[in-house]
Design a binder for this molecule. Structure first.
Ligand code: NCD
Length: 326
């Protein structure tokens, strides 16, 4: 890819902290790199030596199943060594703990720290405290960039946009608990940068008006929005982050915002259904929808591997490049 300046494109990001900090060209370059690496997972020997001798550490201060497993497998497929750290407990609320923990880990000779943390901005702080690369695996309600990237990849795959990763003319509804969702924020940045339109749908209590400033349309009516969109990204209701009652009852939430088979009939025939997981079946969507032909949920998981391989590969490659950028 060559930008307008005529200079060849070079990836310069030593860290991946959010899609907000990447250009459209960076995102497309990463997705194309993922596309090139996807094939490794289909071979009988699922390994390439791209990161042989490198060390990737998973430093998770919050529970995770698929994201951590995905990063571990991605690192292993690049032949990196992987170390798993899980930190549970109240001491993590002190930023100092994060820095100390990370610096101690880094002292063992680490190339990449993949960090998930309950505080928004924690991975930025980490990136300033260590010399190695930092990849954000979800920080509070801020960003979850690799989830945003795997959603973009899956969408492009389903909508026939893999050649360009250009979403011009595509509208995506992000539905549900937008307020607490780092997945929503990363998706909004990514989709908008690649030319897509975003409609945020949810109860008013979970849909802060400020999101309109990010260039999104806001709606409280899924039935009205559904016929207008090419894809839906159904967010998990983040019960663990709700500090007050955001809707009268779970049943009422499901009635207005749950994706049911019946509701799907109002949508465009090729509607792509996504969910970052874990799904609250019967709340965000019915099992028949989650497991149905239009569901891209398992493709999202598969594509997550390629996207994380590309991420690790690119951030390590940028370690020698100056200046290192967030
Ligand atoms: C998401 C997360 O942790 O932010 N899940 C994930 O990474 N698979 C979304 C969620 O927990 O709802």
């Amino acid at each position: 890819m060559t930008p307008a300046t005529g200079q060849p494109y070079v990836w310069t990001h030593k860290h991946l902290l959010g899609l907000d900090y990447l250009s459209a060209q960076d995102i497309r370059f990463l997705l194309n790199t993922a596309r090139g690496l996807a094939d490794v997972s289909t071979r009988s020997v699922k390994k390439v030596p791209a990161l042989r001798g490198r060390v990737v550490v998973n430093l998770f201060f919050e529970s995770s199943t698929r994201t951590r497993a995905s990063f571990t497998l991605a690192a292993e497929r690049l032949t990196a060594d992987v170390l798993d750290f899980t930190v549970q407990g109240s001491s993590v609320s002190k930023g100092e703990t994060l820095r100390d923990t990370a610096r101690n880990i880094e002292a063992m000779g680490v190339d990449v720290i993949v960090c998930r943390h309950p505080l928004s901005g924690a991975t930025h702080q980490l990136a300033q405290s260590v010399k190695c690369s930092v990849v954000n695996a979800g920080d509070g309600q801020h960003e979850h960039p690799t989830q945003g990237l795997l959603d973009l990849y899956t969408l492009a795959q389903r909508l026939g946009r893999m050649e360009t990763f250009d979403f011009t003319g595509i509208t995506v509804a992000i539905v549900g608990d937008v307020a607490h969702s780092r997945v929503a924020r990363s998706n909004i940045h990514g989709l908008r940068k690649l030319g897509g339109k975003v409609i945020l749908v949810g109860p008013a209590t979970l849909l802060p008006r400020g999101f309109a400033d990010m260039g999104c349309e806001l709606s409280n009516n899924l039935d009205e929005v559904l016929p207008r969109v090419d894809a839906v990204n159904m967010l998990r209701v983040q019960f663990e982050r709700l500090t007050s009652q955001a809707f009268p009852s779970v049943r009422e939430y499901a009635t207005f915002f749950g994706l049911t088979t019946q509701r799907l009939r109002q949508a465009k025939p090729g509607l792509v259904v996504m969910h970052p997981g874990p799904i609250n079946r019967g709340i965000e969507m019915d099992s028949a929808v989650a497991d149905g032909a239009q569901s891209a949920v398992l493709s999202q998981v598969t594509n997550g591997l390629a996207v994380r391989m590309a991420t690790l590969f690119l951030v390590v490659g940028a370690q020698g490049a100056a200046p290192a950028q967030a």
